[in-house]
Design a protein. Structure first.
Length: 144
């Protein structure tokens, strides 16, 4: 029992540290010039979330948080899906639409994928509904 409690405490501290790191990293929205700027594969740095945005407007996602496909911030679970994507009119977010999931047309309301600039360059952002936190997770472009 004590081992479980210690493991839970360690995981909670690690999650809090990761959110604090995102808050403190100078993350800000970035408008891109065209959809070609986000075509490619994006991977969560220390987690399983991954999405491939194809130039034909199709996407394949693995282990993205449910909030990306649903305006309700449940904070629990992940979804793997395929579907279509478009650049938001603001050019600072990606809208995803998949069979069986509602469109994530909520980028400006606190859910979906944002496009942000960080110290590591352009990244995709799983937007947070927590006050003072822009991104719950960041996905970096996979190179090579």
């Amino acid at each position: 029992m004590a081992t479980v409690l210690i493991a839970s405490a360690v995981l909670a501290c690690a999650a809090a540290w990761a959110v604090a790191e995102i808050m403190d990293s100078g993350v800000q929205f970035q408008a891109v010039s065209s959809s070609a700027d986000v075509v490619g594969t994006w991977q969560e740095q220390d987690g399983p979330a991954r999405i491939r945005l194809d130039s034909d407007g199709q996407f394949t996602a693995i282990a993205l948080p449910n909030d990306v496909f649903n305006s309700a911030d449940t904070g629990v679970g992940s979804t793997s899906a395929t579907g279509t994507w478009t650049l938001k009119p603001s050019r600072a977010g990606v809208e995803l639409s998949s069979a069986g999931s509602p469109s994530s047309s909520y980028v400006d309301q606190g859910s979906g994928l944002g496009i942000v600039q960080t110290d590591h360059g352009t990244e995709l952002c799983v937007l947070s509904s927590s006050q003072g936190v822009l991104c719950d997770e960041l996905l970096r472009r996979v190179t090579g």
